[in-house]
Design a protein around this ligand. Structure first.
Ligand SMILES: *Cc1c(COP(=O)(O)O)cnc(C)c1O
Length: 375
């Protein structure tokens, strides 16, 4: 049998950029070139001064315009990434009891954070098997519905809609979906994400688009006698965000790269353009998988198949891990599946920064590798 790492992929089957990981994900070279231009004027300067605050302000207004936020919605940010935001939400956004759609690794983590918080009632957790999704059920006891726009661990996405008859807030972990999947802001109260996925920046930051109802909730809980550590205090984040600042020092390069990506996406045509691009990538990749003969989409129902993260299962006689290894040796990176899913699978990000042409070339490269491994 051929030693996988010796397989050479011909040049015409190599994408222009080999980064297909789900986060950190492809940063466009133009973002880095822009950052290099402010090496001595922006990097290494105070985050309490106008130079940095203006960039934060541009990120906030750029996102408001990208998502077409209605009046009264605000853009908040802070340190710690999406994972920190789960704890922040248990302290400052859930009043008593939450309902969680748990259908993969990330959605289950917020559910367990809420379950572990002794000041909250036990959450209602509606589970679904990996590769499928669960559906919210409105209930007057629930004051926050926790959704996940795109379950990055399985490649399942869900449309964001308020459950019929629900009175609670709708909070969405949109970390890998925000910027690449369509969303109507009237359907959520808090849409939060980290910028290392569709927004092509680096990790460590969280952003949250919040409705007036969410702001009211944040203020009410902050005024109650609940103990909230300062780092997890959403009211503190709200106050700082309104001043284009963060509570403690942010990563300036991350903010700059994020702003460059938001500006680029707005210039290209905003969310509508971004989703048309991810739709095209998804069409290319899933069509290829359906027709390959040796592979198929892992997610059974086409309407659940994510347009930003594709998961592709391979026939047992083909070792997907070997494919990923050959791809990696040829500079095509991070196509390995989510570790804990334990499937004979490849996972491919189709974020807006990733050129649909490169997705098409990648499909050809996989065909080539499978042929070489079989031969
Ligand atoms: C990546 C990801 C996270 C974790 O983000 P961090 O910034 O690493 O905390 C959470 N939720 C989803 C859906 C993700 O894709």
């Amino acid at each position: 049998m051929t030693n996988p790492v010796d397989i050479q992929i011909p040049a015409h089957l190599l994408p222009s950029d080999g980064r297909f990981g789900c986060g950190p994900s492809k940063v466009r070279p133009a973002q880095m070139e822009a950052l290099a231009k402010v090496t001595t004027s922006f990097l290494g300067t105070s985050h309490r001064q106008a130079t940095v605050k203006n960039v934060v302000g541009e990120v906030r207004s750029g996102l408001a315009s990208f998502f077409n936020l209605p009046d009264g919605y605000e853009v908040l940010l802070g340190n710690g990434g999406a994972t920190a935001f789960w704890d922040i939400a248990t302290f400052g956004l859930i009043e008593t009891k939450s309902q969680h759609l748990s259908f993969g690794e990330f959605s289950s983590k917020f559910a367990s954070a809420a379950k572990q918080a002794p000041w909250l009632a036990d959450p209602e957790v509606l589970k679904a098997e990996p590769g499928s999704r669960s559906y919210a059920v409105a209930n007057d006891e629930i004051d926050l519905y926790a959704f996940t726009h795109n379950e990055t661990s399985t490649g399942v996405s869900m449309a964001i809609e308020r459950p019929a008859g629900a009175t609670g807030l709708v909070a969405v972990d949109a970390t890998s979906g925000a910027g690449g999947l369509a969303v109507d802001p009237s359907q959520f109260d808090c849409y939060y994400f980290a910028p290392q996925k569709c927004f092509a920046s680096d990790g460590g930051l969280w952003l949250a688009l919040v409705s007036p109802a969410a702001v009211e909730r944040i203020e009410r809980i902050a005024a109650s006698d609940r103990f909230i550590p300062a780092f997890f205090d959403l009211k503190t984040a709200l106050d700082n965000s309104r001043l284009d600042q963060t509570y403690n020092t942010p990563a300036l390069a991350t903010l700059y790269l994020l702003n460059e990506q938001v500006k680029w996406m707005n210039e290209q045509g905003g969310l509508e353009w971004a989703t048309s691009r991810t739709d095209r990538s998804a069409e290319i990749l899933y069509s290829w998988a359906n027709e390959a003969g040796f592979a198929r989409p892992f997610v059974e129902h086409p309407e659940d198949r994510s347009h930003v993260v594709a998961t592709i299962d391979f026939d047992d006689h083909i070792d997907a891990a070997a494919i990923a290894k050959v791809l990696r040796a040829n500079g095509i990176l991070d196509t390995e599946p989510y570790r804990k899913l334990g499937r004979n699978q490849l996972r491919v990000a189709m974020f807006p920064a990733i050129d649909p042409e490169d997705i098409a070339v990648l499909c050809g490269a996989i065909n080539h590798v499978v042929g070489a491994l079989e031969g």
